[in-house]
Design a protein around this ligand. Structure first.
Ligand SMILES: Cc1cc2nc3c(=O)[nH]c(=O)nc-3n(C[C@H](O)[C@H](O)[C@H](O)COP(=O)(O)O)c2cc1C
Length: 169
């Protein structure tokens, strides 16, 4: 029996909280993925599922819960922008991790080349054209071709075991 068929045949029923805790052992950065909704208004959410995929062509990915109230907006968007948060932006991460229609209220940001929200004070950004969308389980994986990026020396915010951490340099 192959691993694939074993996985398919078994009823896998982990405790969701415990499975999440196990995944949280893997240390990540924190991003805010922004785009425009169908009315042209800025939207964004905190995501640590960001990962690099390919250098040539330059591809990255992130995944979005099917439960997101903005699912249809992210699905229709031709572009998205990944803001890599710096170590002073835990409050920004918290702000964008709450379902709220006015996440951008009172927030300073620039417009990228494609007119997407590029937050101030970030460590890096990757502006992407949506290359592919893959439905997988309870998330959609977005793969983006990077059309534009920038980075600086600001230390990045780190997320580990459900908590923000600051790297000692
Ligand atoms: C550190 C951190 C990482 C997160 N990563 C993701 C992610 O990769 N994908 C996702 O769909 N939600 C992720 N979330 C949860 C969303 O940010 C949260 O559900 C938010 O309310 C979604 O915004 P929305 O309701 O406007 O869609 C993360 C939350 C935190 C605090």
């Amino acid at each position: 029996m192959t691993i694939e068929s074993t996985l398919q045949d078994q009823q896998i029923d982990f405790d969701p909280r415990d499975f999440r805790n196990a995944l949280g052992v893997f240390v990540t950065g924190v991003t805010v993925v922004t785009t425009l909704n169908t009315s042209g208004e800025p939207i964004g959410l905190t995501a640590n599922s960001f990962s690099s995929v390919s250098l040539s062509p330059p591809l990255v990915l992130w995944s979005l819960s099917l439960r997101s109230p903005n699912l249809s907006n992210y699905l229709q968007a031709t572009h998205f922008l990944v803001n890599i948060l710096s170590d002073k932006q835990a409050d920004i991460s918290d702000r964008f991790a709450r379902s709220n229609s006015n996440k951008f209220e009172g927030l300073d940001y620039k417009k990228s080349q494609q007119g997407l929200p590029q937050l101030n004070g970030i460590s890096a950004y990757f502006e992407c054209r949506t290359e592919a969308r893959h439905y997988s389980g309870d998330h959609v994986i977005f793969i983006g071709q990077v059309i534009n990026y920038q980075y600086n020396g600001s230390p990045t915010l780190v997320y580990s075991r459900g908590q923000y951490k600051i790297l000692e340099s």
